[in-house]
Design a protein around this ligand. Structure first.
Ligand code: MN
Length: 134
């Protein structure tokens, strides 16, 4: 089953995501700030990373930019978690290397499906096998 790293400093949000994902069989890794996230990622490559934008130390976009420089994270879905999705934010997240974002408060009904769809879609650019590029 897929391994999910959740980077989230808010314990309520962390608990909610844990409650939603763990029963589905995901193996969960948790980090409460950027330092812990990068330390965890030094030793493991999860199948998907959910990263809060507002963290106590480094912001989620900076974490994403750093990870995208590493070949082993080139295609890992990285999904931003944000409480403040403003017009233009999506573009900002994508420019930083995020695959997409989930708005908080988390919608408990759709969240598991959203995570599953990111897992199956992978990070852009993702092409079905056999599709010509250019
Ligand atoms: Mn936060």
């Amino acid at each position: 089953m897929a391994t999910v790293l959740i980077v989230e400093d808010n314990e309520r949000n962390m608990r909610l995501m844990r409650l939603l994902l763990r029963p589905l069989g995901y193996e969960l890794l948790e980090a409460v700030d950027g330092t812990e996230a990068l330390a965890t990622l030094a030793g493991t490559t999860p199948d998907i990373i959910l990263v809060d934008i507002q963290l106590p130390d480094v912001d989620g976009l900076e974490i994403t930019r750093r990870l995208r420089k590493e070949p082993r994270f080139a295609t890992t879905p990285i999904v931003a978690l944000t409480a403040y999705a403003m017009p233009g934010d999506r573009e900002m997240f994508l420019r930083a290397g995020c695959t997409g974002y989930v708005a908080k408060p988390i919608d408990t009904r759709s969240f598991p499906d959203i995570i599953a769809s990111y897992l199956h879609a992978g990070a852009p650019p993702s092409m079905p096998e056999g599709t010509a590029t250019e």
